[in-house]
Design a protein around this ligand. Structure first.
Ligand code: KG4
Ligand code: ZN
Length: 385
C-alpha cells in the first residue's frame, strides 16, 4: 500500500498545532504553539484571547509543520482538522483554515473529534514502536483539562467506534489541577506544577474523601447505553475541600505573597516554586494529587473489571502526570493487563493525534463536506461509515 501523508490541524483550546503523520503510524513533523504566556496572567484560558492567538499562529505553524516534514501544501494527501469539542471561536479558526486549504488544493478534508484524537495519540506511538498487536476489548481513559471520560474502543475493519461508559459529572480532573493551583497561587496551568511539587510533600498528610457516584446520570437517560453500568467521576468536591483547608488553616496571606513573588519571575523554575512553598502547602499539593490519581485509577480499574478489559489506554493532558503513569503501570502490571500512554509531548494537545485519527477515515473515505461547522459540545460515538 502506498504511504498516505495527512496534515493535521488542532485549535480546540489554547494550543495552535499542526503535524504531518504518515499512514497513521509515523510522526513526520509536529509543531505546537502554546498560548500559556497569554493566558497565565488570568489563571485560565480566556476564549477571546485564544481565538486571536490562533489567528496569529495558524499560518506559520502549518508552514513549519510542512517544512519540517519536507512537504509542501500540494504534496500531502489530505487535511484533517479538529471539529470539536472545544471553544467554538478557537475551533473555527482551525476549521476555516483547513477548509480554505482543502478547497484551494482540491484535497480531501477530514473532521476529527478531539477526544478520538487523544485515543489515537496512543495508537500512533504504539505503531511507531512496532507494536501492531492490540488486544481488544480496549478501555481508554481520556483525562484532560476539559474531559474525564472512559470509552470502550472498538475497531471493525478500518473504522473505529467508541462507547462512553464513564465521564465526569462536574469538573474534569485537569480542571481540578488548574483550579487548585490557581487557588494556591501557583499559576497556570496547574497540572505540571503540582506534578513536580508533589514529590516534595507527604501525600498522606491531608485526607480527602472523593465522591462515590450512586445516582443515575440524568444526561444519559434514554440513551442506548442506559442499561450498561457506568463509572462516573466528580472533581468539584475536592477543589472545595482544598479551599476549606486553606481557610481553616489561615493560608490566604501566604498564598497572596506567593502569587506576587511568582508573578515577578518570567518562567519560574522548580527551585522558585519550592522557595515560595512551605511544608504545609507541599503536603496539601501532594495529598491532592494522590487523591485524584487514586480515584482515577480505582474507577478505571473498576470499569476494566466490569467490562472484562484486555488493554488500557490512558491519554490526555493529565496522562503526562508522573504519579499517574507510575501508579497505573504498577497496578496494570499486577493485573497482567497492558497499559499504554502517549509520550508526554503527545499527551497534551497536539495535531499529530488529529492526523493519526484521520487515517482510518481516509481509508474509509469518511470525508467532510466543506459546509461542516465547529461543534463545541461534540460527543464521541461511533464510526460515521
Ligand atoms: O489535553 P490537554 O492539553 O487539553 C485539553 O484537552 O484539555 O490537557 C490540558 C490539561 C490541563 O488541565 C493541565 O493542567 C493538565 O492537562 N496537565 C497535567 C499535567 N500536564 C498537563 N495534569 C497533571 N499532571 C501533569 N503533568
Ligand atoms: Zn485535549
Amino acid at each position: 500500500m502506498t504511504d498516505t501523508f495527512i496534515l493535521g490541524i488542532e485549535s480546540s483550546c489554547d494550543e495552535t498545532a499542526a503535524a504531518v503523520v504518515r499512514s497513521g503510524g509515523k510522526l513526520v513533523s509536529n509543531v505546537v504553539a502554546s498560548q500559556i504566556a497569554t493566558h497565565q496572567p488570568y489563571g485560565g484560558v480566556v476564549p477571546e484571547l485564544a481565538s486571536r492567538e490562533h489567528l496569529r499562529a495558524i499560518v506559520p505553524v502549518v508552514r513549519k509543520a510542512l517544512a519540517d516534514a519536507g512537504h509542501t501544501y500540494q504534496s500531502v494527501d489530505a487535511i484533517a482538522v479538529t471539529q470539536g469539542p472545544g471553544l467554538a471561536g478557537s475551533l473555527l479558526v482551525g476549521i476555516s483554515y483547513a477548509k480554505a486549504l482543502a478547497f484551494a488544493l482540491d484535497k480531501p478534508l477530514i473532521a476529527v473529534n478531539h477526544l478520538e484524537g487523544h485515543i489515537h495519540a496512543v495508537l500512533l506511538e504504539e505503531r511507531q514502536k512496532g507494536n501492531h498487536e492490540l488486544i481488544f476489548p480496549v478501555l481508554a481513559l481520556v483525562v484532560s483539562g476539559g474531559h474525564t471520560h472512559l470509552y470502550l474502543a472498538q475497531q471493525k475493519g478500518e473504522a473505529w467506534s467508541y462507547e462512553n461508559v464513564g465521564r465526569t459529572r462536574d469538573d474534569a480532573a485537569g480542571e481540578a489541577f488548574d483550579k487548585v493551583a490557581k487557588l494556591l497561587g501557583l499559576g497556570y496551568p496547574g497540572g505540571p506544577v503540582i506534578d513536580r511539587l508533589s514529590t516534595h510533600g507527604d501525600p498522606k498528610a491531608v485526607q480527602f474523601a472523593l465522591s462515590q457516584i450512586k445516582h443515575p446520570d440524568r444526561n444519559h437517560r434514554g440513551k442506548k447505553s442506559d442499561d450498561r453500568p457506568r463509572v462516573d467521576f466528580s472533581y468539584s468536591g475536592i477543589k472545595t475541600a482544598v479551599l476549606r483547608y486553606v481557610e481553616t488553616h489561615n493560608m490566604k496571606e501566604a498564598i497572596e505573597a506567593r502569587r506576587k513573588a511568582l508573578a515577578q519571575i518570567a518562567k519560574p523554575k522548580l527551585e522558585d516554586y519550592l522557595a515560595n512553598c512551605d511544608k504545609q502547602t507541599l503536603n496539601l499539593v501532594a495529598s491532592f494529587q494522590c487523591s485524584i490519581v487514586e480515584d482515577l485509577m480505582a474507577k478505571t480499574l473498576t470499569a476494566a473489571r466490569i467490562y472484562d478489559i484486555a488493554t488500557l489506554f490512558v491519554t490526555g493532558g493529565v496522562a503526562a502526570n508522573a504519579e499517574l503513569r507510575q501508579r497505573f503501570e504498577q497496578a496494570a502490571a499486577e493485573q497482567g493487563m497492558p497499559v499504554y500512554f502517549p509520550s508526554r509531548p503527545l499527551s497534551t494537545d497536539n495535531a499529530a493525534m488529529i492526523a493519526a485519527a484521520a487515517y482510518p477515515k481516509y481509508l474509509t473515505r469518511d470525508f467532510a463536506a466543506l459546509d461542516f461547522s465547529a461543534e463545541a459540545g461534540m460527543v464521541l460515538t461511533g464510526a460515521t461509515k
